[in-house]
Ligand binder design. Sequence first.
Ligand code: AMP
Length: 120
Amino acid sequence: MSESVSDPECLFCRIVAGEIPADRLYEDDEILAFRDVNPQAPFHALIIPKTHIATLNDATPAQATLLGRLMAVATGIAVEQGFAEAGYRTVMNCNSDGGQSVYHIHLHLLAGRRLAWPPG
Ligand code: AMP
């Protein structure tokens, strides 16, 4: 595992550090998952790497396994919360056109209602 990087100005790094509270759902050495404070579905969680990566564009090939683990953790939470059968959505927004507002990558996990496609 590569060394973890933290940005003291970053909201999600501050959640990782415990400086800002979050409703935590899952945690290991590399990853934290917590409920979104402004849910867009009956269930809405964010799965983040603990190390600071600003956008998907900034992830290195060496971090490919970590990115894959974000998806695996999301699936585990979906199963645990009972949404696997009905279905759910995972999405990662990148930069302004992608709708990214917090510049520490996070995988959204949305479930509990039928989600429209294509997204707006
Ligand atoms: P994005 O627009 O893809 O960057 O998503 C950022 C997400 O972070 C939004 O869904 C926000 O509701 C969520 N968010 C912002 N601040 C917090 C916070 N303090 N705790 C939990 N979720 C947050």
